[in-house]
Design a protein around this ligand. Sequence first.
Ligand SMILES: *Cc1c(COP(=O)(O)O)cnc(C)c1O
Length: 236
Amino acid sequence: MSIAENIALVRENIAAAARESGRNGRDITLVGASKMNDADACREAVAAGIDALGENRVQEMRQKLSEHAYDGAPLHFIGHLQRNKVRQVVGTVDLIQSAGSEALLLDIDKAAAALNIVQPVLLEVNIGMEAAKSGFTPSELFAAAEKALTLPHVSVCGVMAIPPFDASRDETLRYFAETRSLYVDIREKLFHNGPMELSMGMSGDYADAVRAGATMVRVGTAIFGARHYDTGGAIT
Ligand SMILES: *Cc1c(COP(=O)(O)O)cnc(C)c1O
């Protein structure tokens, strides 16, 4: 299957899941998680109409930017963002999905101020409260959103979550529902029910995520094929 065929299949599944939750598949943003896939693969996804591409590692993203991998599609940063790399990302990407600490929000605001821009971000919630994962805890999230609203060069556009990798399907469904209620609460109380993104769902569970209310899914393997960490490249 080609990247274009994979994208078409993922779109069909998204559309079916969206209908089940009374929505239209066109309202769901499909982000291709393109880590470890080369510039050609990214260009193929852009040509096939992917809504955005998401990268995890700053160095890999800068390399692929220099190869014009993302021309024609919005670029998101979806990985853990180290504070010393913030200036390489702010102003370069259309959306930082992984703003997961107050210190990081302050750094993003400062870097965006220096460029005289407003940087769109999603607040990442560590919904499984995993020790090794970044993100706000569920109980910190609302205050983080309030804090972000005071930063003139940061624009909060929604909430992002990555449930624990080893969770069962039932547990993942519960994490999706919990993330959605945090998102709904913030949207109602702080954003007057304005448009906001809920980014959750990956290759194994994007249909469940859409049924649970996701407006944005991040799909890698189901589009680009399995990643091969030993060779540093992906086979599609
Ligand atoms: C890699 C990645 C994805 C996509 O993972 P797949 O299981 O390959 O679809 C989604 N979100 C983030 C943050 C990722 O790092």
